[in-house]
Design a protein around this ligand. Structure first.
Ligand code: OOG
Ligand code: MG
Length: 259
């Protein structure tokens, strides 16, 4: 059973998301000494709350897995969160504006077999991956100005808000994912670019880290999970009406309009 303070943190963040309003970070308000363990407890309660509301998990996601993100956010330890079905927007669709959305270019993994840590390597992840595909993640921290510590962002489900997956699925053996280049353009202007290697040397390494982090809680990556491996570029702030395009070498284009 979650303690009262964990319940309070989860309610604080769930209502901020639902009401589309930014709040002061947990460590500046409810619990200054929030630990990593407590932050994941609050996240688990948030996940359970959404499951109870009838939402379905698409898969876990990794965040803060590239130097571009570490430099941008001032937090340099990988974290995970969860993507739900209500967060999915079709390629080419309209993403509903929430609080202060930012977009990231990512490589996603469709998992073909359960992956249970500890000790999982990127090579083992690739062997159990059915397909890889491109994605644009829209993060939208519930915290004022995306201002948070490592534990705040964990409790806030790693800023997860919306995801647009691309339509090109490839077998991992068809590509050198570390060499896959990506550009991120807003209204036709390139704002950032990178390659798969920006994500812990190879995006599969981020999925391995996830398997090993989940193992500490007796959990595993499951067959059928569709997992984001983390931004390979910095995140770019969006405005209503922006047309966003991510182009991935060998994996096609992903687009959306900010509604
Ligand atoms: C945390 C989420 C980061 C990624 O891909 O690195 C993330 C944040 O920067 O708000 O999703
Ligand atoms: Mg991300």
């Amino acid at each position: 059973m979650a303690s009262e303070i964990i319940k309070q943190i989860t309610e604080y963040l769930v209502s901020a998301e639902v009401e589309k309003r930014e709040v002061v970070k947990v460590t500046a308000n409810i619990k200054p000494d929030l630990t990593v363990e407590e932050a994941y407890e609050a996240q688990e309660l948030l996940v359970q709350t959404k499951l109870d509301q009838g939402h379905r998990i698409v898969g876990p996601k990794m965040g803060l897995t590239s130097k571009a993100k570490w430099d941008q956010m001032g937090v340099s330890e990988p974290i995970y969160g969860y993507v739900f079905d209500y967060m999915l927007v079709d390629n080419g669709g309209v993403v509903p504006f929430q609080i202060h959305p930012k977009v990231e270019a990512e490589i996603a993994f469709l998992i073909g077999e359960d992956i249970e840590g500890p000790g999982i390597t990127g090579a083992q992840v690739l062997a159990k991956t059915e397909y890889v595909l491109p994605a644009l993640e829209i993060i939208d921290s519930r915290y004022e100005n995306f201002n948070f510590t490592h534990t705040d962002v964990i409790a806030d489900n790693a800023s997860t808000s919306r995801v647009v997956f691309g339509n090109t699925l490839k077998k991992p053996s068809e590509l050198d994912l570390d060499l896959v280049g990506a550009t991120l353009a807003i209204n036709g202007q390139i704002k950032d670019l990178g390659a798969g290697a920006a994500v812990l040397g190879h995006p599969a390494n981020a999925i391995a880290v996830l398997a090993n982090m989940l193992a500490r809680k007796g959990q595993k990556i499951k067959k059928g999970d569709l997992i984001l491996s983390g931004a390979l570029t910095g995140a770019v702030l969006l405005n209503v009406g922006d047309f966003v395009s991510g182009k991935f070498d060998g994996l096609g284009e992903v687009t959306f309009t900010m509604g």
